[in-house]
Design a protein around this ligand. Structure first.
Ligand code: MV4
Length: 445
């Protein structure tokens, strides 16, 4: 097992990783930017190294600074968390060159899934259901027009280097395709330095359901059930839950099998997630693979009673996994609390937290790095806490969530708590009656 892990991240995920390391008897090294001197991850780690100025590029994304911190502290592994360098194949490669274990997949696995067209071709070859579309990247507008006519509108254009919604265009009719093709290509080229785009049939009002998987260094892959992440706004997840209210035992079996097939196709090592779109007839299609621990991993931890960070560390250290698949045994729902103004287009609201009262009690888990007197810096993601409510049924979990949110007092900054409180009371949400379009028509009062 590792003796000392450097955590190349900040905020709640850095704390989350430190907690599991403590329980495993592994020493920790925090790295921090000058904006994060007073952060809890710096105080809770065994050692801390300042790696630069506030901007991500100068600190949490600065590979030479992070490798220097790992060398001087003698860390034998690096945990990247999520975001920042978590899906950077070059970083995984440099860690290997320095003989420091990257707690995550190999550079090859990250590259294969990072290019969306390559990922899709790999999945088609493996027999994983994919959305009907163009075979390969589009070469010209003329080719796009003829393929769209063959497939029938609506279609969607996607950037192969994209993911998370960037460089995407939905096209409803031939009259719109030229403009959509040109803007998608230009946007992808500017954002990713790769203007490759491909076409798919557009699935209207799908659900976003993802399967958590784990694979070890010996080729064993298992699935750890699903999370429903349909409640999103501008490709940002707001609420995640498990089990999915749309799930059936047959669908879980089929999606679990497909997810295992997908991960096995690239000999996947570490924990990861296969994202699917599910249409109203419960047809499901591979969308993307996330080759990292995700923000919402705690939802799965609560429904199957399993420490995913511990498993991820053990896999990286070469410990074999059991190989059994898991079904949810509890009901868990997570609300992401952001320092944003939900009444003002979710505008970021950094600043000092003057008053804080954190909820607790039966069935409530809070993963957060905030404290009274803490100043939320403006440079990073605005998520400040995750509230997870756990109960025997969905209705009870929502009731517990509503109770917990009503106890939460955060003063000094605006937060998304009022949004979540209203959502928990919403009739359609309570019925499980929602798709990825739900939030578009949800009005905060
Ligand atoms: C789609 C789609 C409908 N049809 N692909 C959004 C992010 C990127 N990962 C892919 N996305 C979508 N791809 C086809 N063929 C609809 C979306 C989509 C979406 C997916 C999941 C969660 C929220 C979403 C919001 C808008 C669009």
């Amino acid at each position: 097992m590792f003796k000392k892990i450097l955590i190349a991240n900040r905020g709640e995920i850095a704390l989350r990783i430190i907690r599991t390391c403590r329980e495993m008897g592994i020493k920790t090294v925090a790295v921090y930017s000058t904006a994060d001197r007073d952060s809890l991850h710096v105080r809770f780690a065994d050692e801390a190294v300042c790696i630069g100025k506030p901007q991500g590029a100068d600190s949490y994304l600065n590979i030479p600074h992070i490798m220097a911190a790992a060398e001087i502290t003698n860390a034998d592994a690096i945990h990247p968390g999520y975001g920042f360098l978590a899906e950077n194949a070059g970083f995984s490669e440099i860690c290997a060159q320095y003989n420091i274990k990257f707690i995550g997949p190999t550079p090859e696995m990250i590259r294969k899934m990072g290019d969306k067209m390559t990922a899709k071709e790999t999945m088609i070859a493996a027999g994983v259901p994919c959305i009907p579309g163009s075979g390969g990247l589009l070469d010209s507008l003329e080719q796009a027009i003829s393929q769209a006519n063959e497939m029938g509108y609506p279609i969607i254009l996607k950037a192969t280097a994209g993911g998370g919604g960037k460089g995407m265009r939905v096209v409803w009719a031939e009259s719109e395709i030229e403009r959509a093709y040109n803007t998608a290509k230009a946007e992808a080229g500017a954002a990713f330095k790769n203007d490759g785009i491909y076409m798919e049939k557009f699935i209207e009002e799908p659900r976003h359901i993802e399967i958590q998987i784990a694979g070890d260094q010996f080729g064993t892959v298992c699935h750890l059930s699903e999370r429903d992440c349909s409640i999103q706004r501008r490709h940002q997840k707001l609420v995640e839950e498990s089990p999915s209210p749309f799930m059936t035992p047959e669908l879980r079996q089929a999606m679990g099998d497909a997810a295992i097939k997908a991960a096995s196709a690239i000999n996947y090592e570490s924990v990861g997630t296969i994202e699917f779109l599910v249409d109203k007839h419960r047809n499901f299609y591979f969308m993307e693979m996330n080759t990292r621990i995700q923000v919402e991993h705690g939802v799965t931890e609560e429904v199957i009673n399993y420490d995913l960070i511990k498993e991820q560390i053990k896999i990286a250290a070469g410990v074999p996994i059991s190989g059994r698949n898991y079904e949810p045994e509890m009901y868990a729902i997570e609300c992401r609390i952001n320092a944003e103004d939900p009444y003002n287009d979710f505008r970021p609201s950094p600043g000092k937290i003057t008053v804080l009262h954190t909820p607790g009690g039966h069935g409530v888990r809070i993963d957060s790095h905030i404290y009274a007197g803490y100043t939320i810096p403006p440079y990073y993601d605005s998520m400040i806490a995750k509230v997870i409510a756990v109960a025997q049924t969905r209705e009870e979990a929502i009731n517990t969530m509503e109770r917990a949110l009503s106890e939460y007092v955060i003063e000094g900054v605006k937060t998304t708590i009022p949004f979540h409180l209203q959502l928990m009371k919403d009739e359609n949400f309570r019925k499980g009656n929602f798709t990825t379009k739900f939030i578009e028509s949800f009005k905060l009062v």
